[in-house]
Design a protein around this ligand. Structure first.
Ligand code: HEC
Length: 172
């Protein structure tokens, strides 16, 4: 992983010279880390009744170890949102576990990744985005401006919908 960052840092430097300061890294520079399901922290599950889906949120342990409430999230933060279909009964109605939560079926669907790199300058600070399909390949023809625009609504939370709040809640 370190090697790829170094390679990236090199190409980034050249790109800055040619393109000016507003550098968007691009989804290919936002990898889907192998083994994140075991090596990352699953900090939150979000039940999306509207989509009949459970979204599992992960953060890399290096960022989680040093993230501070109210402060910009650490350089190198990687957040992954992993989609699962939720269990339904024969009639197609959502079923719940004993705690009233939706039940995530095992198969993994789309993975949405956002990564912070202080050498990047994008519409959303130092964040860039990638959409991986269930087979682990980057989805083609994604309109990434949509990720920037919607996450821009949470600029005051370092462009995150759930992780900034999680870090703040932990500090209480
Ligand atoms: C229309 C608004 C919208 C768009 C577009 C959008 N997101 Fe999000 N994103 C959300 C919301 C809301 C959440 C919180 C989870 C939930 O409620 O489903 C979220 C959560 C996330 C998370 C988990 C960290 C966090 O911020 O909570 C990641 C990673 C993420 N989105 C990546 C992406 C990527 C990559 C794209 C583009 C391919 C994208 N998002 C497009 C609204 C959006």
């Amino acid at each position: 992983m370190r090697t790829s960052y170094q390679v990236f840092a090199g190409s980034c430097f050249i790109a800055v010279i040619f393109m000016g300061s507003s550098l968007r890294a691009g989804p290919e520079d936002v990898p889907l880390p192998p083994n994140y399901q075991t090596s990352f922290v699953n900090y939150l599950d979000v039940d999306r009744y509207d989509r009949k889906r459970v979204r599992k949120m992960y953060v890399n342990p290096e960022a989680q170890a040093i993230a501070k409430a109210g402060a910009p999230l650490p350089n190198g933060t990687v957040l992954i949102m992993e989609d699962h279909d939720a269990r339904t009964d024969a009639a197609g109605n959502l079923t719940r576990d004993d705690n009233g939560r939706l039940i995530a079926l095992a198969p993994v669907g789309n993975r949405f990744v956002m990564m912070k790199n202080d050498t990047w300058s994008t519409d959303n600070g130092n964040w860039d985005y990638a959409w991986y399909q269930k087979d682990g390949t980057l989805k083609a023809d994604v309109k990434y401006q949509g990720c920037f625009d919607c996450h821009n609504n949470r600029q005051e939370r370092d462009f995150t919908f759930t992780y900034w709040k999680f870090v703040s809640d932990q500090a209480k």
